[in-house]
Write a protein that binds this ligand. Sequence first.
Ligand code: NOJ
Length: 540
Amino acid sequence: MSAQQPDLEWWKTAVVYQIYPRSFQDTTGNGIGDLNGITERLPYLADTLGVDAIWISPFYPSPMADFGYDVSDYTDVNPLFGTLDDFDRLLSEAHRRDLKVIIDWVPNHTSDQHPWFITSRSSRANPKRDWYVWRDSKPDGELPNNWQSEFGGPAWTYDESTDQWYLHSFLAEQPDLNWRNPAVVAAMLDTVRFWLDRGVDGFRIDVAHYVMKDPALTDNPIAQDPGAMGTFKPMGPFNVWEHLHDRGHPDVHGIYRHLRAVLDEYDGDRFAIGEIHIFDWDEWALYYGDGDELHMPFNFSLIWAGWDAAAIRNRIGALEAAVPEHGWPNYVLGNHDEQRLATRYGPANAKAATTLLLTLRGQPTIYYGDELAMHQTDVPPDREQDPWGIRVPGLSRDGCRTPMQWAPDPGHGFTEASITPWLPFADDAMERNVETQLREAESPLSFVRRLLELRSARPSLNRGSIQLLNGLPDDVLGYDRSHSDERTTVLINYSSEPREVPIAAPCTVLASTHGHRADIETTTVIMAPHEAVVIEPAGD
Ligand code: NOJ
């Protein structure tokens, strides 16, 4: 079933599945998922679903101020999630099933409990002082500059005992490393080697563009047009500023050339994808380098495009124009920071959105549970966990991080019946779960399985070129995917009305969001509201 083919690097044809480890499978009965839980579910991922790679969000030792994105040891496993032996077993079991394993790497900041920061903070004179970004107050006693934390409030915290401020682009518990210090570069690249030596296939790099800032720490200007300033969603007071100087300094590219050189020392096409929220396509594409930096910067452009044929068409066109010749595109419609796609686009559009994700050109990443069309859950205030939501009301990410819904029983196959999971289950978990959906031929899960099978079987889908179609009715997006003499056409109706789409008949219908469709013998496809179809055009 795997789409991996020997003539292309594995990551080009792979479909990646993101696992938020706290929420995937609990095997210890504490209401929190763990590594052994992931290992237990590998048959689901490799065989039932049929993805090619998993990306596991952080499982390192961490005080969990930001649920693992505050790392206190880059080369171990948090006891909450298991042990290094558990990780090694997960990796070898995944490899036995031809699944690649990508892990999260968090280079911009550590936890404030990381021994490096504890030492750095201990005195101005200690050798690790310069591993982080420390500054004096301005002469008037003010903060070193006007930079803001993404999670609200100033990006500086005052340390009384050494009378200086340290920089944290996120929580105060996540101090930024000083990547201008060669000792930091060396130590962090050693953490990469540690996991490469164990056999991981790649890294997802957290806020990859943040690691280099303006060395002069220049104030950010006020944003002229907050909507166009490089964020994809409203981010509260953070949007007041244009983030010109606090991230994405051009020196960042030297770091990724260095990282790439390390990856390339290893066999097996080790891979790096960077989380990069940059709206300017030219600047975004620089992270591909000359094929000597990241294999890919994540493309989040569809997440906030809205469910609109013209907007999505524009973004696909812009991406295709931006990706350099030596680059490879990717698409993502959901992750642990964003509202679930079934809620963002509306439940009626969930299958069509998945069709889009799995039939565009490039590497797709599926967020766990989106194959069930899980919706955003309303987490009551007394169960709220996300530090961002607690600091900036309205921005909580808890609703997309609720436990995976495996079965129609009280623990939903995630945990034991008597256990309260770390976040509540969605209210429809009794009906919306893997076990139930596997029994239903037209469930979201059965549909995703069919799409993944098609994608794997058809080179036009897993590696072919893309051509956006012209002359379609408003609200219909269409594209052709081609590889040698194979062609696949995808049509998506974004409206809640039927649409008539002219087509060269006859066509074989490979999949429809709306269940079985006879092959098309006429020169018009009547598309149902919210329908997506995948077809093999006439003559192929
Ligand atoms: C981006 C991660 O995806 C998010 O979950 C995290 O809170 C921030 N980076 C800080 O590490």
